[in-house]
Each structure stands twice: as structure tokens, then as C-alpha cells.
Design a protein around this ligand. Structure first.
Ligand code: ARG
Length: 463
């Protein structure tokens, strides 16, 4: 049991207490960030005349060698240390002796852990963003290839009006685009450095917090030392943004599961992304889509968990905050895994275009267009709605569709119908004519795709 704080204590910590309190099993994940933060700290301490150049060099050399040895497997991060901070400091002292004992000057584990977690999650925000961008790029390709792939659009999961696959996928494009905007926002809000806040009240050493912040790529230092060590808002925001990403993925998965069902057969998920049944030889199950949908729950859970952990905490640091880590790491890994797998599944999925078009044709998705035809021939919309309602009833009775009726049958319901009704209610016309901004008409979609391409060419991360 290696502890940094034994001095005040006369008894050994109970073994169970030690294990309950320790965080090494999960905070070892950010050994790199801990070392990076420590290097910036000592560079600043030397600039401020708090450490000598030799002490600084020796500490940096020691820290770098620890990082290398962890990376090449010669130094193992074991449970004998309470946390990653103790592990690094103890190993440093082992390697360089007394100079190592000066590393923690003007610093507390409270601002140290706040920094480590921020550095870790800041990089993860960019990684999640990059995965979203990749998904958006692939969705855009599907859109470009399917401007005239007709399918039914649904409300209440009932066929409503015809759309195209490009348009349907385009709806998800907008969702994931907003998800990226949320990440960008979070990144800029979180990008301030808590190091130098000390335990809660700053320090009497003449630290240059602006300098440390700039060494670590932050916009600047945080402005209140109590807030610096107890703020976990950025994690809550990140978990919330990740929950929204999962919600979007889950909705898309739900649709894919429906589309992949024997009843719909709109899509066929690639063999590489499906699994079989141990008993039913005919089965090919959409497990990946189901798992992504299922894993949404655990990301929501992480958000609720941290919100609840934080709600009753008095200022400033409390040990409760240690609970922010496992669940955030798990949520990040889950979201990244889901994004990568979902992208692979969608990219390789086969769309049964004929079945989709056939489905769009049946189910009276052109009823609104038939009513619009009457309106264009002088019938008030409300009357047209009633006439087409009767027409639909007639078709249901005859088990047919509007476009298959003879002109006599149509005229019997309204004399306004002429030969050109057939063209007006064809699938192609129904879709092509929908040219309002954001509508599925291919000409409009082309314009939207052009705008989305421009958007994808922007790189906010490079700023
Ligand atoms: N493992 C702790 C955490 O994750 C590090 C900070 C410890 N600070 C303290 N005062 N015990 O929050």
C-alpha cells in the first residue's frame, strides 16, 4: 500500500478501506495525461524560479522514462498504488531521488485529477467527433447514390407520403451534424486549465497559470480555484451529447431492424454484420443494430449517475467526484464502438430498391397528391380531401390503388379528373414536385447535398 499522505496517521489503513478508496484500477487509463500535466507543471515551476533548471531536467527525464517504460511494458501499473498520481510520483522518486519529491510543489491531487480528466476527455471529444464525421461522409455517399430511390415516408409508422432513401438518410445526417455542433461547443467551453487551483484555494507560490495553460493547449486558466477543482459540468455536457448521439443511433437502428425484417425486406444487412441462431438455421439476425440500440441505456445511465452524484456536493472537492471516471470511460468506449460498428453496418447494407419503391406505391402515399390535383383544378382543399377519402375507400374495397383505376371509375367520384391524373399521382411526379427547401425532390436534394459537402470540408478542430 503506497500512500502519499501517511505522515498524519498512526495506524495502517484497513485493507478493505484501502481498496474501496483506491482508484488506480481505472485512473491508470490516464497515465499519459498525468505525466503530460506534470511536465508542464515543472516547466512552469522552473520558469518561476521555484525549481532549478537541473531539478526540472531531472524530473522531466524521470517522467519521460516512466512513460516509456509503461508503454514498452517494462513498468506495470499495479494496485499497490492508491491512484495514478501516487504511482507516477513514487516511481519518479525511486528513479531520481530527492528532486522527485519537489514535483508536487504548489499542486494538489484535486487540481491534478481535474486536469488529467480534462486532458483525457478533451482528446476524446475530438475522437468522437472524427467518428461522427466519418459516418456523415458515408451517409452523404448513400444520399448521393439514392436521389431517386423511392420509399414510403411514415408517420405513426403508417405509410404517409413517398420520399426517397436520400431524403430519409438525410434526416439522420442533420441529427449527427447537430451532434457534432454540440461537441464543438463543449470543447470550447471545457478548454480551460484547472491546474494551479491547488486543493481549493490556490497557492502562495508564484505560479504562472497562464503559462501552464498555454503549454497544455488550453485557451487559458480557469478563473475560480474552488470551481476549478469541483467542476464536472463538462463531463455532464459530454455525457449528455453522447446520450443524444446514442439516441440518434438507436432510432436509426430501430428503423434498420424494421427494414431488415421479413415483412419489410427494404434492406439486407451484410453477413459480416449479422449473426445466426444456434437452433434456427434460417435465421440472420440484426444483432449489431440491436446491441447499439441496447447500449443506449448504459450511456443514459452514465449521465443520470453523474448528475445524481453531483447534485448534493458542497464546495469544493469531495471524494464522490472520483465516481465520474469509470462511467465516463465506459460511455466514451461504448459510443466510439457503436459509431464505428454502425458506420460499417450501414456502409455495407444492401438496399432492396424495387421492394422499397413497390411499398411506396402501395398504401395510398399519393393520396395527398391526388387531392392537390383537384385543388389545382379549382376544387377547395377541404372538399378535395373528402373526395379523395372516398376514392381511397373505394380502392380498399376493390383491393386496388388510385393509379390503377380507370378514368371512368375516377370520374364517377369526381368529374374533375382527366387523363393527366395518372401522371400527377405517379411516384416519380409525387417526389419530383416536392421542391420546397428541405423536401425530397431530387433537384432540391442535390442543392442540400452541395451545402452538406461544403459543411464537411470545414475543420473546426484545426482552429
Ligand atoms: N482519485 C481521486 C479522484 O479521482 C483523485 C483526487 C484525490 N484527492 C483527494 N483529496 N483525495 O477524484
Amino acid at each position: 500500500m503506497a500512500q502519499l499522505w501517511g505522515g498524519r496517521f498512526t495506524k495502517e489503513t484497513d485493507k478493505l478501506v484501502y481498496n474501496f478508496n483506491a482508484s488506480i484500477s481505472f485512473d491508470k487509463k490516464f497515465y499519459k495525461q498525468d505525466i503530460e500535466g506534470s511536465i508542464a507543471h515543472v516547466v512552469m515551476l522552473e520558469k518561476q524560479g521555484i525549481l532549478t533548471a537541473e531539478e526540472k531536467d531531472s524530473i522531466i527525464k524521470g517522467l519521460t522514462s516512466i512513460r516509456e517504460d509503461v508503454e514498452n511494458g517494462t513498468l506495470e501499473i499495479t494496485d499497490e498504488y492508491e491512484d495514478i498520481h501516487s504511482f507516477v510520483e513514487a516511481n519518479l522518486i525511486d528513479r531520481i531521488g530527492d528532486a522527485g519529491k519537489k514535483l508536487h510543489t504548489g499542486r494538489s491531487r484535486n487540481d491534478q485529477v481535474a486536469l488529467d480528466m480534462r486532458l483525457y476527455t478533451r482528446a476524446e471529444v475530438l475522437e468522437v467527433d472524427a467518428l461522427l464525421k466519418e459516418l456523415l461522409t458515408d451517409l452523404l455517399s448513400i444520399m448521393e447514390e439514392n436521389l431517386e430511390t423511392y420509399m414510403p415516408g411514415f408517420t405513426h409508422l403508417q405509410k404517409a407520403q413517398p420520399v426517397t432513401l436520400a431524403h430519409h438518410v438525410g434526416a439522420y445526417f442533420e441529427m449527427f451534424k447537430r451532434d457534432r455542433l454540440r461537441l464543438k461547443d463543449i470543447y470550447f467551453r471545457m478548454n480551460y486549465c484547472p491546474l494551479g487551483a491547488g486543493a481549493l484555494a490556490g497557492t502562495t507560490y508564484p505560479l504562472d497559470r497562464n503559462y501552464t495553460a498555454s503549454l497544455l493547449g488550453f485557451e487559458g486558466p480557469t478563473l475560480n480555484s474552488m470551481d476549478s477543482v469541483s467542476d464536472r459540468d463538462y463531463l455532464i455536457e459530454f455525457l449528455s451529447a453522447m446520450s443524444t448521439i446514442m439516441m440518434h443511433l438507436s432510432r436509426f437502428c430501430e428503423e434498420i431492424i424494421i427494414w431488415n425484417s421479413n415483412e419489410y425486406r427494404f434492406v439486407e444487412i451484410d453477413d459480416a454484420y449479422s449473426t445466426g441462431s444456434s437452433i434456427m438455421p434460417q435465421k440472420k439476425n440484426p444483432d449489431i443494430a440491436e446491441l447499439v440500440r441496447g447500449k443506449t441505456g448504459r450511456v443514459y445511465g452514465a449521465l443520470m449517475s453523474l448528475l445524481t452524484t453531483m447534485k448534493g456536493l458542497p464546495l469544493a472537492y469531495n471524494k464522490d467526484m472520483q465516481e465520474d471516471k469509470e462511467l465516463t470511460f465506459d460511455a466514451i468506449d461504448t459510443v466510439k464502438g457503436c459509431l464505428a460498428l454502425f458506420d460499417g453496418m450501414v456502409k455495407t447494407m444492401k438496399f432492396n430498391k424495387d421492394i422499397m419503391a413497390e411499398s411506396a406505391m402501395n398504401g395510398f402515399t399519393n393520396a395527398t397528391d391526388a387531392a392537390d390535383y383537384l385543388v389545382n383544378h379549382g376544387v377547395p382543399f377541404r372538399d378535395a380531401h373528402g373526395i379523395i377519402g372516398k376514392l381511397v375507400l373505394y380502392c380498399i374495397d376493390k383491393q386496388t390503388s388510385i393509379d390503377k383505376l380507370s378514368l371512368e371509375e375516377l370520374k364517377a367520384i369526381s368529374p374533375v379528373f382527366e387523363e393527366d391524373i395518372y401522371d400527377a399521382v405517379s411516384l416519380k411526379t409525387c417526389v419530383e414536385k416536392r421542391l420546397t427547401m428541405g423536401a425530397p425532390g431530387p433537384e432540391m436534394m442535390k442543392e442540400v447535398i452541395r451545402m452538406e459537402k461544403e459543411y464537411l470540408a470545414e475543420e473546426w478542430q484545426d482552429k
